[in-house]
Write a protein that binds this ligand. Structure first.
Ligand code: PGA
Length: 255
């Protein structure tokens, strides 16, 4: 982290977990534990949990996000949710292009870009996920792929809009597997992302963008990962479902 240049952000990604009542209970448990955080604290929750989560988080430093957003404003897109629907509720953040969306739901670099533009145009903060598979890493494509995914996601995003973008480097092989990237691997991946931003927007701009690491970040390994120059926070899956573990990560980012 380099807090003099960019904001540290710890974001939970609850995935398909928690009912509205369970969401409220977990947030109420977390609130006192993260109240003195010296970083931004975000919880991205299932759509149906959003009203309960916003209500529970009211008056606290916890911000609420969604886990996806559609790129059209309205229309015949059964099952989808628009950016305006999210902002109307009071949602501030949205995760876009998570590897599970890419893997199981046909998300492509192009749809990630369209969703990002829709989110940013609506005033949402976008947490855009990029990351290589184990096969791509072993073939030596990590840098090329991360730069490509980053630039594709940011196509037509203005430098002004970039202020509302967080990129999460999430190696696919580390997500939900318990296998974390080493501190140096995380830093290197995050640096490739920053280099791609520098190539597109200039080095000065790139230095100001928050780049998170995600993939089995937990209460034990967070401090080491967050000590690295280019790791400006985390996107946390499993450990964001446990108040105590999540708060340890928030504390590590608050140092
Ligand atoms: P994990 O998930 O922390 O459970 O590995 C991270 C993510 O998918 O964002």
């Amino acid at each position: 982290m380099n807090k003099s240049l960019r904001k540290a952000v710890i974001a939970g990604n609850w995935k398909m977990n928690k009912t509205p009542a369970e969401a409220a209970a977990l947030i109420n448990e977390m609130k006192p534990l993260v109240a003195d955080a010296d970083c931004d604290v975000v919880l991205c929750v299932p759509y149906v949990d959003i009203p309960a989560a916003l209500e529970a988080a009211k008056g606290s430093n916890i911000k609420i996000g969604a886990e996806n957003v559609h790129f059209k404003a309205s229309g015949a897109y059964t099952g989808e949710i628009s950016a305006e629907m999210l902002t109307a509720l009071g949602v501030e953040y949205v995760v876009i292009g998570h590897s599970e969306r890419r893997q199981y739901f046909g998300e492509t670099d192009q749809t990630v870009n369209l969703r990002s533009l829709a989110a940013l145009n609506a005033g949402l903060k976008a947490i855009i996920c990029v990351g290589e598979t184990l096969e791509q890493r072993e073939l030596g494509y990590t840098e090329t792929l991360l730069k490509y995914q980053t630039k594709m996601a940011l196509t037509n995003v203005t430098a002004e809009q970039l202020k509302n973008v967080i990129i999460a480097y999430e190696p696919v092989w580390a997500i939900g597997t318990g296998v974390t990237a080493t501190d140096d691997q995380a830093n290197e991946g995050n640096k490739y992302v920053r280099d791609a931003i520098a190539e597109a927007y200039g080095a000065d701009v790139a230095e100001t963008v928050t780049v998170q690491y995600g993939g089995s970040m937990n209460a034990k390994n967070a401090e080491g990962l967050l000590s690295k120059e280019h790791v400006d926070g985390g996107l946390i899956g499993g450990a964001s479902l446990k108040a105590a573990d999540f708060s340890v990560i928030v504390k590590a980012a608050s140092k």
